[in-house]
Design a protein around this ligand. Structure first.
Ligand code: NAP
Length: 267
């Protein structure tokens, strides 16, 4: 089996990376940057997002696992003092694979027929630096509302605990292939009216966002941010692709939610 380790880059994460690399190589596993079967992220959930995007082009052939060098994470759920146990589990392969849904985002331009396609593990957000975002929101081809406000966030189930949660969105179990649309400070008055509640869309319900003015848009895909001019539409739906996690022990999603947000942590 070929493996690759993506480190956050700090001293502690780099040390853990060296230990894992040394032990797994001793177990005759091959370190491979180009075509790893297993990608081990060492850092936080942010590092995991980086690891995901580095290998987003070969999701069907790569499984991911995360070691957290800070507090317990949602994607990085192994702790540094469990690393030896994890190494033994990895060396024993094969492992169980658990799949989570992803968000597909297609950005189309008014100027040409080119389109840019992205996959997000957490979410995509649309904002602007020039006043407010004004967008028609279509669901499954039908006009739903015209949004005016700071922006919109479209998240995956596993991303529902990240930015989405800060916007008042619901937490969705990752076994539900869905996307969630949450508002950022919508303007609601006699002229502009939006639903106000987060919307959860099932697989195959496409959400199309069509800007109604010519302002440049700041569009994020997880931790990446880019400014776009002349955007015709932003199409969002559950992606065909999924992220595959290498699972060596059960760690229920709701336990992670409780440990992160409710229980007084031991971490
Ligand atoms: P960052 O601003 O350095 O960190 C964002 C925080 O979100 C970190 O504490 C990170 O955990 C945590 N996080 C990431 N994915 C998560 C998930 N699925 N569930 C719960 N917490 C999660 O940014 P970054 O490290 O580059 O990560 C980009 C992410 O930041 C975006 O995808 C977005 O979800 C999030 N974000 C949140 C807000 C907000 O809550 N108001 C605003 C902007 C962006 P670690 O410490 O383990 O890395």
């Amino acid at each position: 089996m070929k493996f690759k380790i993506v480190s956050k880059g700090d001293k502690r994460s780099n040390k853990i990376k060296s230990t894992i690399k040394q032990y797994l190589t001793d177990f005759d596993l091959e370190y491979c940057r180009q075509e790893p079967d297993l990608v081990i992220s060492v850092g936080g959930d942010g590092t995991f997002l980086e690891a995901f995007h580095r290998y987003v082009h070969r999701l069907d052939q790569t499984a991911f696992i995360g070691v957290h060098t800070g507090h317990l994470g949602f994607y990085a759920d192994w702790l540094p003092d469990e690393v030896e146990k994890l190494i033994i589990e990895i060396a024993k392969t094969p492992y169980q694979v658990v799949e989570y849904p992803l968000l597909e985002v297609i950005i189309r331009s008014k100027l040409d027929k080119n389109e840019s396609r992205f996959l997000a593990l957490n979410e995509s957000t649309i904002k602007t630096l020039e006043g407010s975002v004004v967008m028609d929101v279509e669901i499954k081809g039908d006009h739903f509302e015209t949004f005016r406000g700071d922006g919109l966030c479209i998240s995956t189930p596993s991303g529902s605990t990240a930015y989405n949660k800060a916007l008042g969105g619901g937490i969705i179990h990752p076994s539900l292939p869905s996307i969630q649309l949450t508002e950022m400070a919508s303007i609601n008055n006699r002229v502009f009216r939006t639903i106000g509640s987060p919307l959860i869309l099932p697989k195959h319900h496409t959400c199309m966002l069509k800007p109604m003015n010519d302002r440049s848009l700041i569009i994020t895909i997880d931790h990446y941010t880019k400014t776009y001019e002349n955007v015709k539409s932003i199409q969002c739906r559950v992606a065909k692709e999924k992220i595959r996690f290498a699972r060596f022990r059960p760690f229920p999603f709701w336990d992670r939610v409780r440990d992160s947000f409710v229980a007084e942590g031991d971490f």
